[in-house]
Design a protein around this ligand. Structure first.
Ligand code: UD1
Length: 345
């Protein structure tokens, strides 16, 4: 049995990670600051778990929380697209300064194993190939193209349509939002730390996480929570673009299981996609959720958000081969369950 510190362990994903670690017979402590972007009410942890109610940027609190700890699972972060440039300092503060303080204090305490909650947003657009030019990386989509309803990114060389593929962990990073940039920086800081301190870091690039305990619709919410909140208020889910955007919706219990497995990852820094392996379109996800909830059916609006990428679909192969991770909950059943459980906050 080992003692694991879960930062952000009272949040949506962190609380499932905490439960999975307890079920796997680990001792668990939680460091959580109850950030208002993630918590409307009081924070709670299960019996037997020590809660350090503190910010990950507070070095003394982190030092205290690391006593007797063998490994850290770092979930504490500000997520989502945010509300605008005003959010920049808080994103960088929580996500990057917070990670820097954690890594420095882990080195000081001799704790050398880290599981880092990263994200598929580090990739920007997913994987694409052109019939003539092979694998290509499309540029951010132009406003005029989106406004004209041309949502598929064209080949950057010949402007012909592209075929989507599976993004693997060795794809170059291409962050397209402040949040994405902070996740890339977290990975880079952790990789340098692993080299300098002989550490082991598994960076789990979560795809679109959903499930029980997901926070209600806020500027920081992912699309599953937004649709679920709309249905609860008897409003139709509003599907942007033409609804053909592809994503991989992965259940939070599977994400928690991946974190437990990642504690046994090899030395050095390694990134892993954490995905269901069963991609769907955003329009398709909305339809399943609305149907399971009993309506109203989704409305495809043709609206768009400038920061959005078109398709991101993961290859789950590396996590399967190296961590033994395979998603147990397929979106078809997980989304139906999600339609029937209450949201947090
Ligand atoms: C999401 C998260 C990101 C997280 C990543 C992986 C947000 C804002 N984004 O990225 O933080 O790291 O998953 O877990 O939390 N859409 C609609 N209607 C809406 C809202 C969105 O159709 O009301 C569409 C968007 O246009 C987009 C898709 O749904 O095409 C996904 O949106 P969203 O979940 O916000 O962002 P991701 O880029 O998938």
């Amino acid at each position: 049995m080992t003692h694991i510190l879960v930062t952000g362990g009272a949040g949506f994903i962190g609380s499932h990670v905490t439960a999975a670690l307890l079920a796997a017979d680990h001792d668990v402590s939680v460091l959580d600051c109850a950030h208002p972007a993630a918590h409307a009410g009081p924070v709670e942890v299960p019996d037997g778990v020590v809660l350090h109610r503190a910010d990950v940027r507070d070095r003394d609190a982190v030092r205290h929380a690391l006593r007797g700890v063998d490994a850290v699972v770092h979930q504490a972060a500000l997520v989502g697209l945010g509300a605008g440039p005003d959010d920049l300092p808080e994103y960088v503060g929580c996500n990057d300064l917070g990670t820097a303080v954690l890594l420095a204090t882990m080195a000081e305490a001799g704790v050398r194993r880290l599981v880092l909650a990263s994200s598929m947003v580090v990739y920007g657009e997913g994987a694409y190939a052109c019939d003539r030019h092979g694998p290509v990386r499309p540029a951010p989509r132009a406003v005029a193209e989106l406004a004209a309803g041309r949502f598929e990114p064209p080949c950057p060389d010949c402007a012909e349509p592209l075929t989507g593929g599976l993004v693997t962990e060795d794809a170059p990073v291409d962050p397209r939002s402040v949040y994405a940039a902070t996740k890339v920086a977290q990975e880079h800081l952790a990789a340098v730390w692993a080299r300098e301190c002989d550490g082991a870091v598994a960076a789990l690039r979560y795809h679109n996480v959903y499930g029980p305990g997901m926070p209600r619709d806020t500027p920081y919410s992912g699309v599953a929570a937004i649709f679920r909140s709309a249905l609860e208020s008897r409003r139709a889910p509003l599907v942007y673009e033409d609804g053909g955007q592809r994503r991989d919706f992965v259940h939070v219990r599977d994400v928690a299981a991946a974190n437990v497995l990642a504690l046994h990852a090899g030395p050095g820094f390694r990134a892993y996609n954490v995905a269901s392996g069963h991609p769907t379109t955003v329009g398709g996800m909305a339809a399943v959720l609305a149907d399971a909830f009993g309506g109203p059916p989704p409305v495809v609006t043709g609206q768009f958000r400038l920061g959005d990428v078109r398709h991101v679909v993961a290859s789950p192969a590396r996590a399967a081969a190296e961590l033994g991770f395979r998603a147990a909950v397929l979106p078809a059943s997980g989304l139906r369950e999600f339609a029937c459980v209450p949201l947090r906050g």
